[in-house]
Design a protein around this ligand. Structure first.
Ligand code: BDR
Ligand code: CA
Length: 319
């Protein structure tokens, strides 16, 4: 039986590892978590996804340097566990963070591999660390294969990925899951609590020009970066999906940790499709409980849109 933590838990400073592939929306997730009094980011671990590992690592370092975030950055896996690599240059550009401008980079990444950092940090913990994922799940899955003893040390996964309805790479599959479906399979068959923030909710937080304008009024470092990020991101979302505002997927994970009431979840049994051709990478979420299997995930089914933008705005005011 998996148990959803109480709202009180959510009010305490929560230790997280943030595994990501920046990425425009990953950048906003880092921004939201980086200085938030509700969150303690123990490390940022990097995976290939939106772009190659070299580029996603550089992007994370640039974001941390620009925002004065003293958080260690650990490069991780540059390839999925088994399948061919997939990137999302159509959405995030050739750098993975097109539209941004940074000073020359002086912040260095750590020498320790992300997978080893995840293992060492979990093993030394009291089981109170949330594993956040806003990219393919390769690093976490590899850590679980390298050191299975970390399993019981994981408080929960809070991940952006999947959809119980439609995908965004194929009709069935969402990018973070299809990019390394085998890794997702490892995580979803683990038996630890998973909060799955999928496209079903993230497609409801569209960053319309009015939102960009609202955040721009803060006129600080964070809001300036936000404007650059969203101007490029919204343009590609318009080109690829015809949307007037890009879905701000990844920060929903952090917003959920800051205030759990922002996302409504439903306990479901979720299985990753790693066998079929047409629906490969789909998160098959048993919404109606047809399969009579014990739920292994809390799947986001709704989001309080106004509250979400308030959390983003308040998070940026800290800078
Ligand atoms: C996910 O894919 C990436 O392009 C975004 O950063 C987000 O994590 C959305 O499908
Ligand atoms: Ca991402």
């Amino acid at each position: 039986m998996i148990v959803n933590p109480t709202y009180k838990d959510n009010m305490e400073k929560q230790k997280i590892i943030l595994d990501c592939d920046p990425g425009h929306d990953d950048a906003v997730a880092i921004m939201l978590a980086g200085k938030n009094p509700a969150i303690d980011v123990l490390g940022i671990t990097i995976v290939a996804g939106n772009q190659t590992l070299e580029k996603t690592t550089k992007n994370a370092l640039n974001i941390c340097q620009y925002l004065d975030l003293n958080i260690p950055v650990y490069p991780g896996c540059g390839r999925p566990m088994i399948r061919e690599q997939m990137i999302a240059a159509d959405i995030h550009g050739v750098t993975g963070l097109d539209g941004t401008h940074f000073e020359p980079l002086t912040k260095k990444s750590e020498n320790k591999h992300a997978v080893q950092f995840i293992i060492d940090t979990l093993m030394a913990s009291d089981g109170d660390i949330t594993l956040v994922s806003t990219g393919p799940l390769t690093n976490y899955a590899m850590a679980l294969r390298l050191e299975p003893a970390i399993t019981t040390k994981i408080k929960q996964f809070v991940l952006m990925g999947g959809s119980y309805q439609l995908g965004n790479v194929t009709p069935a599959a969402e990018f973070n899951i299809i990019a390394d479906a085998d890794a997702a399979h490892v995580v979803f068959t683990l038996g630890r609590k998973i909060v799955m923030i999928g496209l079903d909710v993230t497609r409801k937080v569209l960053c319309y020009p009015s939102i960009v304008e609202r955040m721009g009024k803060l006129n600080n470092k964070a809001s300036k970066l936000f404007i650059d990020l969203m101007n490029f991101y919204n343009h590609s979302q318009k080109e690829v999906f015809g949307l007037d505002g890009g879905p701000l997927h990844d920060p929903v994970t952090i917003a959920y940790l800051i205030d759990q009431s922002v996302v409504t979840t439903k306990a479901m049994y979720t299985e990753i499709d790693i066998r079929s051709t047409q629906s490969y990478g789909r998160t098959n979420c048993d919404y109606f409980g047809y399969l009579k299997k014990e739920p292994n995930s809390f799947v986001g089914i709704d989001i309080d849109v106004d509250k979400f933008w308030d959390i983003i705005e308040n998070g940026m005011k800290i800078y």
